[in-house]
Design a protein around this ligand. Sequence first.
Ligand code: PBG
Length: 326
Amino acid sequence: MTAFPQLRLRRLRRTESLRALVRESHVAISDLVYPLFIEEGNGIKQEITSMPDVFRFSPDQLPSQVEEIARLKIPAVLLFGIPEHKDEVGSAAYHPKGVIQQAIQAIKKSTPELLVVTDVCLCEYTSHGHCGIVANGDVDNDQTLPLLARMALSHVEAGADIVAPSDMMDGRVKAIREALDEKGFQHIPILSYAAKYASAFYGPFREATKSAPQFGDRRSYQMDPPNVREALREIEQDIAEGADIVMVKPTLAYLDVIRRVRDTFNHPLAAYNVSGEYAMVKAAAQQGWLDERQIVLEILTAIKRAGADIILTYHAKDVARWLQTT
Ligand code: PBG
């Protein structure tokens, strides 16, 4: 066996070309999904205080936005809706003329090649802010399933390419798969937020979508942060129910979970670099305490190194600009 002084690991680090030759993980623009917040109404372009450079747009503002995203060669967007009216059962989530249904149509009209992924969850649409139907002070799993299926179906009928349930109810992938298949949408994939933790990193998102729970928290349905074996069970279950792509969320405090899932399953794996992770980087960069570009690329590369194939990130447009070769 060769050892020092014959062996010198620094030999392959000497120049950028050498480093590039032996680099093990890469971030590509084609890995990225850019989340968009869509607010019902007209002429809205409102920056989210805790997420600098991220805006809530009304559907009429979308064409120029998505044309820019498509020009940057980002393959997909993920849509979140903020409806004008919320109620106990989240009716605006599955209304054929709901805010997301309008947004999908607007996007498909201006950039048909851009993949439209929709978040399927009731929390932005319910008056109580929970991800399901509330019965006797608790979120009722089984009563929620038909509504999620109805919401997913209405997104697909409006033109969505992929549906992404994020509610963490048991059995929702199966319910959605059955509802889509029954209407002839066998070809539409399900990206399941399979291992989604009850995380404080979602704070800025809840400001963005005005969806903080009005009582209690989400710990009776989202996962307990200390658990990793349970994440594997969640993923196994969603795969059994028909998930085509599985996701781990958040990312930075959960890179070990991403690695475990990658080593255990062969499904395409997505990772959601969430709002709080974005906010921390932006805040420090605005103070001049961190180099934003280097930090973001380091973070996204670490997510790839941990084993993710797809990264959902609010940094996607910046990253696409930085990685653009032509
Ligand atoms: C909806 C949903 C949330 C996020 C994605 N889908 C919020 C939550 O569960 O409270 C978080 C995304 C982010 O923080 O960037 N259930």
